[in-house]
Ligand binder design. Structure first.
Ligand SMILES: [Zn+2]
Length: 176
């Protein structure tokens, strides 16, 4: 079970982590409180940073260390690029495939978000509707009424045409 990593919520949180990893700088707002400070340091240790100041979360998978790029929620532009790259430019594959390809190298985009994106994809909606039309198989009957022929047996209650009579009758069982 991989450790739960709290993705930076704001650009300043992101920068704080980057600057700690790069130069061991503790941000001023956590310096005075011992617990906050140690929590911050512990949190930072879950990340690594590259020369472009991009944060990654290292994970060990099959004895190989992999890095997953941190995709913060506020970075709309990056999220859009990733979704386009892994869905639109990847043959509009379904959301399961899109999500597993994204999550292999990124952290911070949820399965629900990918599903929502794919559900809203206009190209996919058009393709699905075309596919559904071609998937429809018409029922061709070889014999007339073969598919609709049933024998109904039931009782039909009816009222006498003679209103003064004021009595109801039940027809005998019959076939229609
Ligand atoms: Zn699509």
């Amino acid at each position: 079970m991989p450790a739960i990593v709290k993705i930076p919520q704001t650009p300043s949180e992101y920068e704080d982590i980057v600057s700690y990893l790069k130069s061991n700088t503790i941000p001023t707002h956590v310096q005075n409180n011992r617990i906050t400070k140690s929590n911050f340091v512990r949190r930072c240790k879950k990340f690594v940073v590259d020369e472009r100041n991009i944060l990654y979360v290292p994970t060990v998978c099959d004895n190989t260390e992999k890095r997953r790029r941190v995709v913060p929620k506020y970075d709309e532009e990056l999220r859009k690029l990733i979704l386009e790259r892994f869905h639109n430019q990847a043959n509009h594959r379904n959301y399961h495939k899109t999500y597993s390809a994204i999550s292999e190298n990124h952290i911070g985009i949820t399965q629900e978000e990918v599903q929502e994106y794919v559900n809203k994809c206009t190209a996919c909606a058009i393709n699905t509707s075309i596919k559904e039309k071609t998937d429809m198989v018409s029922i061709v009957s070889r014999a007339p009424w073969k598919h609709n022929m049933h024998l109904y047996v039931f009782e039909i209650p009816y009222c006498s045409a003679d209103a003064s009579n004021n009595r109801c009758y039940t027809l005998p069982k019959r076939c229609i």
